[in-house]
Write a protein of this length. Structure first.
Length: 89
């Protein structure tokens, strides 16, 4: 996880991320907001996550053309991962 000055802020950021995703917010929207909260440019955030800037742009624009692996590279920095499961009935 990116270094934030305060451990409580890090925990709160992680909690907020989880709650938004669980509430149904789209991953691209949450990740773009997260990058902005961390005051990172697309170049900086992509380098931190180990993906290309073009992939990050496609994710943030929700245009497709990226893999689950790319999402996991970003999410693992925040102690999350993409999981596929059967929809609840």
């Amino acid at each position: 996880m990116p270094k934030l000055k305060n451990l409580d802020k890090r925990k709160q950021l992680r909690t907020d991320l989880y709650q938004r995703l669980e509430a149904g917010d789209r991953i691209p929207v949450v990740l773009k907001d997260l990058r902005r909260i961390l005051s990172k440019s697309q170049d900086e955030f992509a380098a931190f996550c180990g993906i290309s800037v073009s992939v990050l742009r496609r994710i943030e624009q929700d245009k497709g053309g990226y893999s689950i692996e790319s999402l996991n590279r970003i999410l693992e920095k925040f102690d999350f991962e993409v999981v596929v499961r059967k929809k609840a009935e």
